[in-house]
Design a protein around this ligand. Structure first.
Ligand code: AP5
Ligand code: MG
Ligand code: ZN
Length: 217
């Protein structure tokens, strides 16, 4: 199954991708997670990316295209892939198409999680994450014990880019550079809109419903 999970910051891409990856046994590839791991490790790439991420701007295309080309060449992508946070610009989408032709794994569907901006700000400003990859929300998806991850017991924290002014800038970057991909993939008959404003389990059921209709292997 070769899928892009598309949507604005806070749409629920990471939350849904984690479950979908377990359900369909395909790797979840989040460019945001890859960049944050590099920031954490203090790599050259991470130091460069942090300057953009802290301002809510997109990291340059050539950096992301290199990351995704390498990641898609890894053996676990034999079973397919679930991309989260890539592509985010038209040059990234064009590059993806070339990469996928080279590895003979064409994209089958782009799921667009549709959520209004006001809701995105509420979701992001209440988000707490764990180093293990889990994501919680103070109101919508709280952990059993305040501030502690249900799965691994580590302390939860807020992402550096989940401050209100950075959230606003991420939304601006999304509308200017990423939103045009909805038409791009619509024109290629790959886009399916998913109402992303319901609760987490309802959104998951809608996605499964769509993917199961496609009979993707
Ligand atoms: P990235 O990490 O991809 O951030 P993002 O796109 O801004 O998306 P988020 O991870 O913030 O949101 P999400 O959709 O995953 O939502 P989540 O499931 O966590 O990118 C970060 C930065 O890296 C970018 O700004 C850029 O600088 C750089 N970057 C990354 N990729 C790049 C690329 N390709 N090109 C250039 N630069 C790139 O959910 C959010 C919250 O809502 C959580 O609290 C969750 O619990 C809650 N929630 C989820 N679903 C629901 C629901 N249905 N109802 C209620 N609450 C919900
Ligand atoms: Mg995410
Ligand atoms: Zn954890």
């Amino acid at each position: 199954m070769n899928v892009v999970l598309f949507g604005p910051p806070g749409a629920g891409k990471g939350t849904q991708a984690k479950e979908l990856s377990n359900h369909y046994k395909i790797p979840h590839i989040s460019t945001g997670d890859i960049l944050r791991a590099n920031v954490q490790d203090g790599t050259e790439l991470g130091n460069k990316a942090k300057e953009y991420m802290d301002k809510g701007e997109l990291v340059p295309d050539e950096v992301l295209i290199g990351i995704i080309r390498n990641r898609l060449a890894e053996p676990d992508c034999e079973s397919g892939y679930l991309l989260d946070g890539y592509p985010r610009t038209i040059p990234q989408a064009d590059a993806l198409s070339d990469i996928l032709t080279d590895i003979d794994k064409p994209l089958q569907v782009v799921l667009n999680l549709d959520v209004p901006d006001e809701e995105l700000v509420i979701r992001l400003s209440g988000r707490y994450v764990c180093k293990c990859g889990n994501s919680y929300h103070l109101t919508f998806n709280p952990p059993e014990n305040t501030g502690i991850c249900d799965t691994c017991g580590k302390e939860l924290y807020q992402r550096d880019d989940d401050k209100e002014d950075v959230i606003r800038q991420r939304l601006i970057s999304y509308h200017n550079k990423t939103h045009p991909l909805i038409k791009y993939y619509g024109d290629r008959d790959l886009l399916v809109n998913i109402a992303g404003a319901g609760d987490i389990n309802e959104v998951f059921d809608s996605i499964i419903h769509v993917l199961d209709m496609y009979d993707l292997t």
